[in-house]
Design a protein around this ligand. Structure first.
Ligand SMILES: Cc1ncc(COP(=O)(O)O)c(C=O)c1O
Length: 383
């Protein structure tokens, strides 16, 4: 018999101040230690109903046709929406000012859609005027897609104004809420969003592994009337039969403990109060941004569209951005992000999300960052 020399895991205790995942609070971790149930247990089905109700409240989506967490990544939540709303040859207008807008275009292209990208430089925001001009040029567009919080640059898109401008039009509004749900004001119903997807690992405050989505009544009606099939795992009608219908119809084995975690994270968000939570993220982000600028560093995002939970900081000339990131991790147990993708300008991405969205966490991050940066700058001067 083999001698087992591998011990149980003992991962380091890190402060996760990058673009996500963020740290998970005690209550959420404790929820994952509750007794396992089977995915076909009627008591578990009551929990599903409660999770959907909590998620509806956090999305402010009481009027939506379907609100469920998908058991997948944020990217797969994005893909599920694109697969469900678009048929080959149909048009989608995509606001593209960073990595994740580009990802929407790429996935839509894989489903055979005609992609009309409206682009802006890194750190800029795509204007709603430009998106609406593209729609005037292509009035038969099926989907207009925007990223509410572009995590690769720290840009927040004014979704509310876009939703108002699209009212009364047939084009569906698809919004990436991966970095905004639970941390930035978001009103699914009132803003006229048709499909929103998020993730659990950022401002929601749960571990990665699920994508909470919301689908409007009219988008759901469209999905029900499709005559082309979508991939099995993204079939919202089949998922609805598990989540909503009783008795449930098996689709796949649900990740029970993750659902407990999401339940607790959503419950805590509502217990805190959404407005209070949004204000906490805004205060922490504004504090960090002010402090970073006061050190003579430059933020990447247009200040008129700066996202609160994610601050992108340009790496000063001559400084090795990656070395700073590595030393933050190794010497201070603090994770920060770098630029995402091959065309991103050199940057650090600092995230204050979920339980980390506080002035105290920002100050802890800054104290470590100041020391590391000063040493790296001294090294630059010496060489
Ligand atoms: C804005 C945005 N959209 C989509 C995603 C993709 O989410 P995931 O990594 O869970 O697939 C991310 C991930 O960071 C993101 O920040």
């Amino acid at each position: 018999m083999d001698n087992l020399s591998v011990t149980s895991l003992s991962p380091p205790d890190r402060l996760l101040c990058g673009p996500g995942p963020s740290n998970v609070g005690r209550g959420v971790l404790a929820a994952m230690q509750k007794p396992m149930l089977g995915h076909l247990d009627p008591d578990f089905h009551d929990i599903l109903l409660e999770v959907m109700d909590l998620q509806r409240r956090v999305y402010r989506a009481q009027g939506a046709g379907l609100v469920i967490p998908m058991h997948c990544t944020g990217t797969a939540g994005m893909e599920a929406g694109l697969a469900s709303l678009l048929a080959p040859g149909e048009k989608i207008i995509v606001a593209q000012c960073g990595f994740f807008g580009r990802r929407i275009s790429e996935i839509a292209g894989r489903y055979g859609a005609e992609v009309i990208s409206v682009e802006a430089d890194w750190g800029e925001s795509v204007s709603n005027e430009a998106l609406l001009a593209a729609l005037d040029e292509h009035p038969d567009t099926r989907v207009m897609a925007v990223v509410h919080g572009e995590t690769s640059t720290g840009i927040e898109h004014p979704v509310q104004e876009l939703g108002a401008a699209l009212a009364g039009r047939d084009t569906f509004l698809l919004v990436d809420c991966v970095t905004t749900l639970g941390g930035v004001p978001l009103e699914f119903d009132a803003w006229g969003v048709d499909y929103a997807y998020s993730c659990t690992q950022k401002c929601v405050g749960a571990p990665p592994g699920m994508s909470p989505i919301a689908v409007s009544e009219r988008a759901l009606a469209h999905i029900r009337s499709r005559d082309t099939q979508v991939p099995w795992s993204f079939d919202l009608e089949l998922l609805e039969r598990y989540w909503v219908e009783r008795p449930v119809v098996y689709h796949h084995t649900a990740p029970i403990l993750h659902i407990y975690a999401l339940h607790e994270a959503l419950r805590e968000a509502l217990e805190e109060g959404l407005e209070t939570r949004w204000a906490r993220h805004a205060e922490a982000g504004a504090h960090l941004q002010r402090e970073v600028k006061s050190r003579g560093l430059e933020l990447l995002a247009d200040p008129d569209h700066q996202l609160a939970p994610l601050t992108a900081v340009r790496v000063p000339e001559g400084v090795d951005g990656k070395a700073v990131q590595t030393r933050m991790l190794r010497e201070h147990d603090i994770e920060i992000g770098g630029g995402l993708g091959p065309v991103a300008p050199p940057m650090w991405r600092l995230g204050l999300m979920g339980s980390n969205a506080s002035v105290a966490t920002a100050d802890r991050l800054l104290a470590a960052f100041d020391g590391v940066l000063a040493e790296e700058q001294a090294l630059t001067r010496a060489t």
